[in-house]
Design a protein around this ligand. Structure first.
Ligand code: GLN
Length: 192
């Protein structure tokens, strides 16, 4: 199995470290040819506007859409989830438009409003998952084909799955807990 991590900007090294721990082969993706022969792709957190500009400059925008439309499993974290969303309610950025979700960027406030909280995510088992939220987006609305994996206590949706795509508001790669990555690996295995 080989997983690509989009490495234009943001927290990509941390995902490579997590996947190293899990014994999975990884490759950093900066050019269209590096999307070939992947079993899965992670779009990391960072700054969605910058990442989209770079994806356009590196001629990756259409190739990313193409591999997704060919059913490559993709996990989008934070800014990565924004890139996957069909709609962003408070920004006119042109996303990849792959998941039936409506996102609000920077929904919890500014950098200083970043926070950490335990999340109960049934798909990951009984033990709470450490949710690290950094200028995080939230999911305002999700299509009927989208599975809600987690909501904050007041109801805000922060983790979703649509087929073999995951959209996550928080940063599993910044914790020692590898269960979200393992869950993604299971999606990849059942995709074959
Ligand atoms: N605030 C960033 C954005 O809107 C996302 C932050 C993150 O990825 N941690 O792109």
């Amino acid at each position: 199995m080989k997983i690509g991590v989009l490495a234009l900007q943001g927290a990509f090294i941390e995902h490579i470290h997590t996947l190293d721990k899990l014994g999975v082969m990884t490759t950093q993706v900066r050019k269209p040819t590096e999307l070939e022969d992947l079993d899965g792709l992670i779009i990391p957190g960072g700054e969605s506007t910058t990442m989209l500009n770079l994806a356009n400059n590196f001629e990756l925008f259409e190739p990313l859409r193409t591999v997704a439309l060919h059913r490559l499993p993709i996990m989008g974290i934070c800014a990565g989830m924004i890139l996957l969303a069909k709609t962003v309610s408070n920004s006119d950025i042109k996303t990849l438009g792959l998941m039936d979700i409506k996102i609000r960027r920077n929904a919890f406030g500014r950098q200083k409003d970043s926070f950490e909280t335990d999340l109960n995510i049934t798909a990951l088992g009984d033990k709470p998952f450490p949710g690290v939220f950094i200028r995080a987006p939230l999911i305002e609305d999700a299509g009927s084909n989208v599975e809600i994996l987690n909501r904050l206590p007041e109801g805000t949706i922060v983790a979703v799955r649509q087929g073999n795509m995951l959209g996550i508001s928080f940063h599993p790669e910044l914790t020692d807990d590898t269960r979200m990555h393992e869950y993604f690996l299971k999606i990849i295995s059942s995709n074959k």
